[in-house]
Design a protein around this ligand. Structure first.
Ligand SMILES: [Zn+2]
Length: 267
C-alpha cells in the first residue's frame, strides 16, 4: 500500500483537496474549470439540493454513518422532528436495496476504503464505497431513474454511467487500486433509483470502457493540475451557477443568438 495520512475526517479538507486530485474534483474541472477552481479556493460553494442530500442519506446508511449524517443535517427533519418526505423515500430506497441479495452482496465489502496513487504524475486520492480485496471495486449510486439522459454538448442520449462520468471514476479507482495492490479489479456500480417505486441494478463497466476513460484522465489531469497550481487561466463554461454568479454584462445582445444555438441543439 502506498502510504498516506488521509482519514474519513480529513479526506475532503481544503488542504487535501489541493494536495490530491479526486474523482469528483476531476469531474468538476471537466464541467467548468472556473467553478471547480473557485470551489477549491473556498470562493464558491455549489448548491446542496434535496436530490443530492437524498443520495448522501443513502450513502451514509451503507457507510454506517447515518446517525452522524442525521445530526449534521437538521434540515432533513420537519419542525415536529419527523423525517421529511424525501428522506422517508430514502429510507424506502434503503429497504428496497436490503431486500436484494445480490445488491447487498456487492455492498458488503470494506467500506470507504481510502487509497492514494499517481496518474500522469499527478497525485490522486480515492475513497471506495465497497472494496472487495482480490475481487472487485463497487460504487453506490442513487440516481433519478435508469432512462437515457440527453447530453446537450454531445448532441445525443447517454447512459447515466457515461453522462455522469462514472466510467471515469471507475478508471481512476481501478488504476489507483492497481498501483497499491498490483491487481486490476473489475468495477461495478450498485445503483438504486429515487423513483417512488425504486428500481435497482448492479452494473459492470467493461475494462475497455475504463481503458478509454483512463486515457481521458491521463490527457486532461496535467491541465487541471496546472490550473490548481495557478499556472493557467481557467475556462468558464458560461452556464453553471458559478458562471451565472460572476457574469458581467457588457452590452445588450440580439436574442436570436440564443435561438440559433437552440436550433443547432435540436438537430
Ligand atoms: Zn461555469
Amino acid at each position: 500500500m502506498i502510504p498516506h495520512s488521509l482519514t474519513a475526517e480529513n479526506y475532503f479538507s481544503a488542504e487535501n483537496n489541493m494536495k490530491y486530485m479526486s474523482c469528483s474534483q476531476f469531474k468538476s474541472f471537466l464541467t467548468c474549470e472556473a467553478s471547480a477552481l473557485a470551489e477549491l479556493h473556498g470562493e464558491y460553494q455549489r448548491e446542496v439540493t434535496d436530490a443530492l442530500l437524498v443520495g448522501s442519506y443513502v450513502d451514509a446508511h451503507f457507510e454506517g454513518t447515518l446517525d452522524i449524517f442525521r445530526a449534521q443535517h437538521p434540515e432533513i427533519f420537519t419542525k415536529s422532528g419527523e423525517l421529511k418526505a424525501q428522506y422517508r423515500q430514502a429510507e424506502y430506497m434503503i429497504q428496497r436495496a436490503e431486500r436484494d441479495k445480490l445488491f447487498m452482496q456487492y455492498m458488503s465489502g470494506e467500506k470507504q476504503k481510502i487509497m492514494v496513487g499517481e496518474i500522469a504524475g499527478i497525485p490522486f486520492k480515492i475513497k471506495i464505497d465497497s472494496y472487495h480485496e482480490n475481487n472487485c471495486i463497487v460504487d453506490l449510486k442513487a440516481i433519478k431513474d435508469f432512462k437515457l439522459i440527453w447530453n446537450v454538448e454531445k448532441g445525443k442520449k447517454q447512459h447515466f454511467i457515461n453522462y455522469w462520468g462514472y466510467d471515469i471514476q471507475g478508471a481512476i479507482y481501478r488504476e489507483v487500486v492497481r498501483q497499491n495492490t498490483g491487481k486490476q479489479l473489475p468495477f461495478y456500480i450498485s445503483a438504486i433509483t429515487k423513483e417512488k417505486e425504486p428500481d435497482l441494478d448492479v452494473l459492470w463497466v467493461p475494462d475497455e470502457d475504463m481503458d478509454n476513460a483512463l486515457e481521458e484522465v491521463i490527457s486532461l489531469a496535467p491541465r487541471f493540475q496546472q490550473l490548481k497550481d495557478g499556472l493557467l487561466q481557467p475556462q468558464r463554461c458560461g452556464d453553471c451557477g458559478y458562471c451565472r454568479f460572476t457574469k458581467v454584462l457588457t452590452e445588450p445582445r440580439n436574442y436570436h443568438e440564443d435561438c440559433e444555438v437552440y436550433e443547432v441543439e435540436q438537430q
